[in-house]
Design a protein around this ligand. Structure first.
Ligand code: GDG
Length: 462
């Protein structure tokens, strides 16, 4: 078995992940992958240094070797808070209105990718498979190639790939995608994002693409393919059976005092459609006055990327909305929205999912969305809740038995809430069983194994 070198923006030690906090889906998925794989996880420590030295901090933690570097303040501003989160993230989530096209972000992004390449080089041995993650590091493979790395290198993109018409608004888009074609394998979450990428390569670069995702470009052959990510099913369901989960479930049910519970769990991010969700919930309350006092929405939303202005705006906006909705609809003994800006340990979260009659997952655009899968995995098989899912989440293509909605339509979401609350147990069970099958079978282990097997198979062709 080849050794695996995983490279991602941040490395988070497995231990830290069981603690409370806003662990993104990426960290959760990678720790699961690395626990069982002999290998190294390389990335930024999250720390700042006066002057970049490339010094590697190597640690071994619960079977995973991590190697991290520190970055300079300017690196963090331009690469992380700049190009990654002010340019690529909004653009790839179809929000060109929020996308900032600053040249110095682009040069900082290239500089940091170069620093990653330079620092990880000494760790790479001839038979290693190198697996790069996400939009922070799109040109890294090409930079490793320039330094003579001949290993098989794969990229997995956790977020959507935007339609060509939006993507071409990015200055130097050709250069970015040409560099990506130095990977051997490029993985996307869904067929839809894969097709957008192939469309771009064909229309804008004049590459030749085949129905199986093979791309031919200037003498190189690259494989592009969809690998839908899943949850760490065993770990998650074990947590869901724990005492901590049971206590959390009991606590929430007790505090709800026979009211129906709707749950939302999301990083505080504009792509998650939180403002639209709150509007839809208000629409539901207005359309169904008899439900006043009979339902609560628990929204758990740990803050993220707080140095980026659009994230400060969404936070303010949600605070205003919550205040407005609660002010307009609450009664002395009932508050319609419980809005919580903090993270909880995973097992506790599982308990809250289980207590909820509805899982409300309404992103405007999402690469996959693991919360939808976690909600299903946490349900009581004998009396499961109902998943309401945005058709714009990558997970929608694997979860057709959810109540599918358009998150932009408050009416549609409001009707779905009514339907879910009235749904007979037999229908809930039927839907749950179908959903659970894909959540169980298409889990993070399968995702990792499929990607690594495909990468291993690909003979480097250049
Ligand atoms: C990116 C893509 C893709 C949330 N609050 C708490 C908490 N979380 C955990 C959830 C879930 C994870 O964070 C969020 O994952 P998502 O998939 O929903 O979203 P992103 O963070 O945007 O992840 C996404 C993913 O990468 C994987 O490829 O699915 O499309 O955007 O696991 O449970 N965890 C804990 N406490 C919280 O309060 N412990």
């Amino acid at each position: 078995m080849s050794r695996l070198i995983v490279i991602s923006n941040r490395v988070s030690a497995p231990k830290a992940q069981s603690a409370a906090g806003a662990q993104g889906g990426l960290a959760v998925a990678l720790s699961a992958a690395l626990r069982e794989h002999r290998g190294i996880w390389f990335g930024w420590s999250g720390k700042e240094t006066e002057e970049f030295t490339g010094h590697l901090d190597m640690q071994r933690n619960e079977g995973v070797t991590t190697a991290t570097i520190d970055l300079e303040q300017q690196d963090i501003d331009e690469y992380y808070n700049g190009y990654a989160n002010r340019t690529l993230w909004p653009l790839f989530h179809y929000r060109i209105d929020l996308t900032e096209y600053e040249r110095h972000f682009g040069s900082g992004y290239e500089r940091v990718n170069e620093r990653f390449a330079q620092s990880v080089m000494p760790l790479v041995e001839p038979d290693d498979l190198v697996w790069v993650h996400d939009y922070h590091l799109l040109p890294l493979g090409a930079m490793l190639r320039e330094k003579g790395v001949k290993n098989r290198i794969g990229l997995f993109l956790h977020i959507p790939w935007p339609p060509t018409r939006l993507f071409v608004s990015l200055p130097f888009h050709e250069r970015l995608v040409t560099s990506m074609l130095q990977y051997d394998l490029i993985g996307f979450q869904t067929q839809e994002w894969l097709e957008s990428f192939l469309h771009y390569v064909e229309k804008e670069l004049g590459g030749k693409t085949h129905p199986d995702g093979t791309v031919e470009y200037k003498g190189r052959t690259v494989q592009a393919k969809a690998f839908p990510i899943g949850i760490d099913f065993d770990e998650f369901t074990e947590g869901a059976r724990s005492k901590m989960a049971q206590d959390a479930c009991d606590r929430l049910v007790k505090s709800a005092r026979d009211r129906k519970i709707i749950i939302g769990v999301d990083r505080l991010d504009y792509s998650k459609g939180l403002a639209e969700r709150f509007d839809s919930y208000e629409r539901f309350l207005s359309d169904n006055p008899e439900m006043a006092g009979g339902v609560i929405l628990l929204q758990i939303a740990p803050p993220s990327r707080e140095l980026v202005a659009s994230y400060q705006n969404i936070r303010e906006n949600l605070e205003t909305k919550t205040g407005h909705i609660n002010g307009a609809h609450a009664d002395v003994d009932w508050v319609p929205i419980r809005y919580v800006n903090r993270g909880y340990p995973r097992a506790e979260l599982a308990g809250y999912y289980r207590a909820a009659d509805i899982g409300l997952v309404t992103p405007l655009r999402d690469g996959m969305n693991l919360v939808a899968k976690e909600y299903v995995a946490a349900q009581d098989p004998e009396d499961p809740g109902v998943l309401i899912l945005s058709r714009f989440a990558g997970s929608a293509s694997q979860m057709p038995d959810a109540l599918m909605i358009n998150p932009h339509s408050a009416e549609e979401v409001s009707e779905a809430i009514s339907r879910a609350l009235a749904m007979p147990r037999t229908e809930r069970k039927k839907r749950y069983e179908a959903l659970m099958k894909s959540v169980r079978e298409e889990d993070v282990v399968k995702w990792r194994e499929d990607f690594v097997a495909e990468l291993f198979q690909k003979q480097r062709a250049n």
